[in-house]
Design a protein around this ligand. Structure first.
Ligand code: HMG
Ligand code: MG
Length: 305
């Protein structure tokens, strides 16, 4: 299996939005820079949501302004509505991401509106994106389960993904927000959505709450997925999804892809430097197995990958 894979690094956004300790915009810029230095080409840099709802993402405008434009490097940011879009564009965003849930209850808790209303909010965002030539990614949350409703029907997931593409999203990331999925279900979910949206426009986004993220990724790679979201150091979670833990750790993903012979262009040692940097800023050790093996107490000094 050597199909090229693009990693979408979401640590500076999904990762930091749920950390109890808020890090400064300058630290966030340094994190993004360290991630880019490792070879990652798409790094989600922040979120233009209400700072009353998610204070950790305040100052995302300063983060974007602090990042130098580089050929081939993308810094998408999350926007929930036109107000967020206007602020993102003013800060120089060239790529944004909208997020819609596959479950009504989660939509209400997360963005205080129904699924239908979130599509209404998306329309002026799309208009502004077209006017400015901005690429828009779409996220579907709760694709394998909702913290309030339990199981989510696959047709509901496929329908939201199809609507996101229909309004102009270039790519749709399928989010297991609370990390309840297992490989066979994850694969069935991807196959169901791929009947509505071409698989080369789908990405997967697993939280590792139950230790299934890497296995889920492998199952979805086998189904034809080639874009994978992950967060350095296993950072992450969603403030409106009780039980959501970190995203799949980028270094764990990289280690597996390396073993599969998939070239991502990312240097593991430099990625671990970025992980060490943010762990220091957050005052807690990283959650990933690969970091523990290569840089943790037990593994410090080992040279094998
Ligand atoms: P609301 O309270 O319904 O909004 O929140 P509103 O329009 O009534 O406005 C209320 C106040 O918020 C007003 O200010 C607005 O100006 C302000 P006030 O008059 O009270 O001073 N406001 C804003 N401020 C800054 N930026 C904005 C903005 N919009 C309104 N864009 C809102 C609606 C969407 C704003 C709110 O619910 C919110 O910010 N929610 C945050 C949700 C969030 O960030 N969740 C985490 C990201 S999603 C995720 O993690 C899942 C994902 O990773 C995939 C997966 O894992 O499945 C993507
Ligand atoms: Mg997420």
């Amino acid at each position: 299996m050597a199909t090229p894979v693009r990693i979408v690094e979401v640590g500076p956004r999904d990762g930091l939005q749920n950390e109890p300790r808020t890090v400064t915009p300058a630290q966030r810029v340094a994190l993004v820079e360290a991630l880019v230095a490792s070879g990652l080409t798409t790094v989600e840099a922040g979120s233009f949501v209400s700072p009353k709802w998610v204070p950790q993402m305040a100052g995302s405008d300063a983060v974007l302004r602090g990042l130098p434009a580089r050929d081939g490097i993308r810094y998408p940011v999350l926007v929930p509505n036109l107000k967020g879009m206007e602020a993102a564009v003013a800060a120089g965003a060239r790529e944004v991401a909208l997020f819609v849930a596959a479950s009504e209850s989660f939509s209400r808790r997360n963005i205080n509106c129904s699924i239908g209303e979130s599509f209404e909010r998306a329309l002026p965002v799309m208009e502004m994106a077209k006017a400015h030539g901005i690429v828009v990614r779409g996220y579907v949350s709760c694709v394998l389960g909702c913290p309030y409703e339990g199981e989510v029907a696959l047709p509901a997931v496929a329908s939201v993904a199809e609507r996101l593409v229909g309004i102009g999203c270039s790519e749709v990331s399928l989010g297991d927000t609370i990390g309840v999925g297992t490989p066979a279900r994850a694969r069935r979910m991807v196959e169901a959505v791929a009947k509505a949206v071409p698989i080369d426009r789908l990405a997967i986004h697993f939280h590792d709450t139950r230790g299934q993220a890497l296995a889920n990724v492998l199952a979805c790679l086998e189904a034809g997925i080639s874009v994978i979201d992950s967060a350095a150091g296993g950072l992450g979670g969603c403030p409106y999804a009780a039980g959501a833990s970190g995203n799949l750790a980028t270094e764990d993903l990289l280690y597996m892809l390396d073993g599969l012979g998939v070239d991502t262009g990312v240097d593991l040692d430099r990625l671990l430097d970025a992980v060490a940097f943010i762990a220091h800023g957050l005052g807690r050790p990283p959650r990933s197995k690969v970091y523990a093996a290569l840089r943790g107490d037990r593994g410090e000094g080992q040279s094998g990958r």
